[in-house]
Design a protein around this ligand. Structure first.
Ligand code: GTP
Length: 273
């Protein structure tokens, strides 16, 4: 008699990294850097998924590429859509096949150290769509997964911009509920020490906000002061739940620190999820 064979659930050695960032934050360059770093360091090669249907040139090769399944230009034509509608619809169509994709990822998750997921260049298409949520949840249920949120550090030095960017990051944490890494990119141009200081010292940040307002730089109605106070309190709470690293996708600075943060995020996932 033959015993019924059951497929054992793979115990994933791999950690999933979902790379999210505003357009221009350096997401693509960062992905390329992760890829080349992992090829040269002691790690195994990563398994890469590209979810950006509109990218014309990927400077790294993806194991699974949305563009192989969905022709974004054709989707735009067929459904009479503009560029953003086209990208969103392409992502929706791809998501209907994501169980197959996940099967491939699960198979490889025992062999590789990292599964990298590159998201569409327009951040909200991934962060504010049902498809983005479905893909995120599917990844996170298959293997320990974290979110790497890429920040354009030189463009975030003004306190008000910094706060907006952090609130956006906070909303992504709230939606995904996954271990979170703030990646301050482009440190070759602008060191991220100011950001660490603002994150560590609530009063230093409030002072920075206030002095900008007093200079007349970011003037506004009176209620803004108390709104800003409340928002910076929210952020203070947010900072307790994440890691922050500075990197330069251009020079490769900060890569070991980034992977250390990923290891910590994996620990957090294994403990809490
Ligand atoms: P997509 O939206 O997916 O196209 O990626 P992206 O626009 O977020 O970033 P991309 O990698 O195209 O980078 C945007 C610009 O920032 C490019 O001009 C990059 O050369 C530049 N850049 C990216 N990373 C760094 C960095 O670490 N240092 C410096 N100085 N420039 C960077």
């Amino acid at each position: 008699t033959t015993q019924p064979t059951t497929t054992p659930t793979p115990s994933p050695n791999a950690t999933g990294i979902i790379v999210i960032g505003m357009a221009g934050s350096g997401k693509t360059t960062f992905m390329q850097r992760l890829n080349s770093y992992l090829h040269t360091s002691a790690h195994k090669q990563p398994y890469i998924l590209n979810l950006d249907p509109a990218v014309t040139h990927l400077p790294f090769s993806a194991n699974i590429d949305i563009r192989d399944t969905v022709d974004y230009a054709e989707v735009m034509k067929q459904y009479n859509l503009g560029p953003n509608g086209g990208i969103l619809t392409a992502l929706n169509l791809f998501t209907t096949k994501f169980d197959q994709v996940l099967g491939l990822v699960e198979k490889r998750a025992t062999e590789v150290d990292y599964v990298l997921l590159d998201t569409p260049g327009q951040i909200e298409i991934f962060t504010w769509s049902a498809s983005g949520a479905i893909i995120t949840d599917a990844m996170a249920s298959a293997l320990p997964t974290c979110v790497a949120y890429i920040i354009d550090t030189p463009r975030t030095t003004s306190p008000a911009t910094f706060m907006s960017n952090m609130l956006y990051a906070c909303s992504i944490l709230y939606k995904t509920r996954l271990p979170f890494i703030l990646v301050f990119n482009k440190t070759d141009v602008q060191p991220h020490s100011f950001a660490l200081e603002w994150m560590r010292d609530f009063e230093a940040f409030q002072e920075a906000l206030l002095s900008r307002r007093n200079e007349g730089g970011e003037d506004g109605p009176g209620y803004m002061d108390s709104l800003m106070n409340s928002m910076s309190l929210v952020l203070d709470e947010f900072y307790k739940h994440l890691r922050a690293v500075g990197v330069s996708a251009m020079t490769g600075e900060g890569m070991p620190e980034f992977f250390q943060a990923v290891d910590e995020a994996r620990e957090e996932y294994l403990k809490d999820y």
